[in-house]
Design a binder for this molecule. Structure first.
Ligand SMILES: [Mg+2]
Length: 268
């Protein structure tokens, strides 16, 4: 297809989404004035945060280290702990185990309270960025009434909101499953689906879920349920390693919005 026709096709797609946006939903009011749901079915698009939506410039790991030092006087405690794809709670427990710290005595709320405080400060001095194509994709998805956006992240919810708000992305996501919902990321998709079922008056099945992430852990937490796994090589893992992990489709990044939306369209 020539560039001219490709451009025309893309314009036609954008016009269709803008038209559909006239029916933009209010996520806190998912039914029409007559009481009927706008949705016959919901396609639930769940995004990971770190490495997928954004790069916090290391603010998250710095905040974890600062909180640990504040509470246990250990410098750079998580330097040997691999964090990609893990929940915050899982990372904390691995770090604590390295130093023989007992976490069964109620210290976790105090730790994460310190973490949130440090994260807010670190994000203010961040040098992070939003990943390519993310803002464009989110704009189109939210202007179309066939998708419902959510989060599936290892971040505790307060930490997730701080990171997203720092880049003006939080308002795209009114619902999600977080590291504060469960230590095990593989248990988070049912949590997210349950939350959505409470808000919409139509069926939500795992088959209608699409999970988008940058690590094999994002794939592992979606495929066993029958969800569609889209991998992006915008984090620490290559496209080849994400393919080997079983992703349904892989993108180097999401800058090709047309191809990304097409991938969602092919999902039944
Ligand atoms: Mg990630």
């Amino acid at each position: 297809m020539s560039n001219f026709y490709r451009q025309q096709a893309w314009v036609a797609i954008r016009v269709r989404f803008i038209w559909a946006g006239r029916y933009r939903r209010d996520v806190f009011n998912l039914t029409s004035p007559s009481g009927n749901s706008y949705f016959k079915t919901v396609r639930f698009i769940l995004f990971d945060i770190d490495g997928t939506l954004l790069d916090s410039g290391g603010a998250g790991s710095r905040a974890l280290n600062l909180a640990f030092k504040e509470m246990f006087s250990v410098d750079d405690a998580f330097r040997t702990v691999s964090m990609a794809g893990k929940t915050d709670l899982q990372i904390m427990l691995e770090g604590a185990k390295l130093y023989g710290i007992d976490c069964s005595n109620g210290i976790m709320p105090a730790f994460f309270s310190a973490y949130v405080r440090h994260l807010r400060e670190q994000m203010d001095i961040r040098k992070g960025h939003v990943k390519p194509g993310i803002r464009e994709a989110l704009e189109i998805l939210t202007s179309c009434n066939k998708y419902f956006l959510g989060l599936l992240t290892g971040n505790i919810e307060k930490g997730a909101r701080i990171k997203l708000e720092s880049f003006g992305l939080s308002s795209y996501f009114r619902i999600g499953a977080f590291g504060s919902d469960h230590e095990d990321r593989n248990r988070l998709l049912p949590v997210a689906v349950d939350k959505l079922r409470e808000q919409v008056s139509c069926p939500v099945s795992f088959n209608d879920c699409v999970v988008i992430g940058d690590t094999p852990r994002d794939i592992d937490c979606s495929k066993p349920y029958g969800a569609y796994a889209i991998a992006v090589a915008t984090g620490p893992y290559s496209a080849a390693s994400l393919a080997a992990a079983g992703a349904d489709i892989i993108f180097e990044d999401l800058s090709d919005t047309e191809r990304f939306i097409s991938a969602l369209e092919r999902k039944k």
